[in-house]
Design a protein around this ligand. Structure first.
Ligand SMILES: [Zn+2]
Length: 350
């Protein structure tokens, strides 16, 4: 980590680790002139708008606060996180001595957004999710589970996904499908689509099979917390690179990428868990089937997607009653409708 200015403040690395938070108006350094007219000092913009700020120089994250709403500015990158929103600036933020410099669109994209959110806080919940990737499990040479009556998981999943897409599009969501026909896509390919798309949510649809034919019901999965090895796994890294290629990250790039990666991971884990629980409960209730709950697994598509991701098992093809139900358009339509309703409520923060 590079320290900028205030060198005498810290005498040992312990003190450095414990206390490099520079808060509010604590910087006393005389402000150097800004390189271009349009760029501005973050401090000035914050002061003008009554936004408090706190710069953690170790993580190089500036946290802005306005009436309980927080934004995180990753110094050295063009990324700002406002609540669950990722805002991309026209240029990366930078530092001149110990002052943070922001590009011209910062006021419009970040400060106005913060103030708008603060204003709407009472009685209005803004959407958490606008763009969703729907992933129909299996496909092509991979049929997935097959019921005793011959019903294949790949077809059930695709049909429900198409219906779900139509319903969500009607409700104003932007939807991308990993496949919209009976074709094979590798798990790797699915996670790469999710990383390129700049979406808010990834939902994978499957149908279950169990050795015991009496097992039935609806369940959801989110990713288990990842260990160090999982976090540095090749596919995850590749997907991070795909995602980060949308961002322009300048100096201290590895630091910034690590921070963005950590923040996104924390956000993803928390949201996925919450969503899996809500979807399982609400959808099972609407479908009048057994709720087998929200579980956590090391599924590849969950482990290697960087946005909140869940996997839905709509029913068991190994259970003859559920296979018969899944064979009917009416039941698949009902599943799609129930899922759409649950997703909508989650997206609206209900
Ligand atoms: Zn499956």
């Amino acid at each position: 980590m590079k320290m900028i200015g205030n060198k005498n403040l810290f005498t040992c690395s312990a003190a450095l680790l414990l206390s490099v938070m520079i808060a509010g108006c604590a910087t006393t350094t005389k402000q150097p002139s800004v390189s271009t007219k349009k760029d501005a000092y973050l401090k000035d913009i914050c002061d003008r708008n009554n936004v408090s700020w706190n710069w953690d120089q170790v993580s190089r994250v500036v946290t802005l606060r306005y009436r309980g709403i927080e934004a995180k500015v990753l110094v050295g990158s063009d990324l700002v996180l406002i609540g669950d929103d990722r805002v991309t600036l026209s240029a990366p933020t930078s530092t001149v001595r110990s002052a943070v410099i922001v590009p011209p669109d910062f006021s419009d994209k970040v400060i106005k957004n913060l103030r708008r959110r603060a204003g709407r806080r009472k009685g209005y919940v803004f959407a958490k999710v606008r763009s969703i990737i729907i992933d129909a499990g299996h496909g092509g040479k991979d049929p997935g589970a097959i019921g005793r009556g011959g019903l294949q998981e790949k077809g059930v999943a695709l049909d429900i996904c198409k219906r779900l897409k139509r319903l969500l599009v009607k409700n104003g969501f932007k939807i991308q499908m990993t496949r919209d026909s009976d074709r094979f896509i590798s798990l790797k390919g699915r996670t790469e689509i999710a990383s390129r798309a700049n979406a808010d949510l990834f939902i994978s649809i499957h149908a279950n099979a169990a050795p015991s034919r009496s097992v039935y019901g609806f369940e959801t999965y989110s990713a288990k917390d990842l260990g160090f090895i999982d976090r540095i796994a090749t596919q995850r890294k590749l997907n991070e690179d795909l995602m980060f290629s949308n961002l322009s990250i300048k100096n201290n790039a590895t630091d910034v990428e690590r921070i963005v990666s950590d923040m996104m991971y924390e956000h993803k884990q928390a949201e996925s868990k919450l969503l899996a629980r809500q979807i399982a409960g609400k959808t099972a209730r609407l479908l009048k089937t057994k709720n087998r709950g929200a579980k956590r697994e090391r599924f590849f598509v969950l482990r290697n997607t960087l946005i909140p991701a869940i996997l839905v098992e709509v029913g068991f093809l190994s259970n003859s009653k559920e296979e018969k139900l899944l064979k009917t358009k009416a039941y698949r339509k009902k599943i799609a409708e129930s899922l759409a309703k649950s997703i909508l409520e989650y997206a609206n923060g209900e």
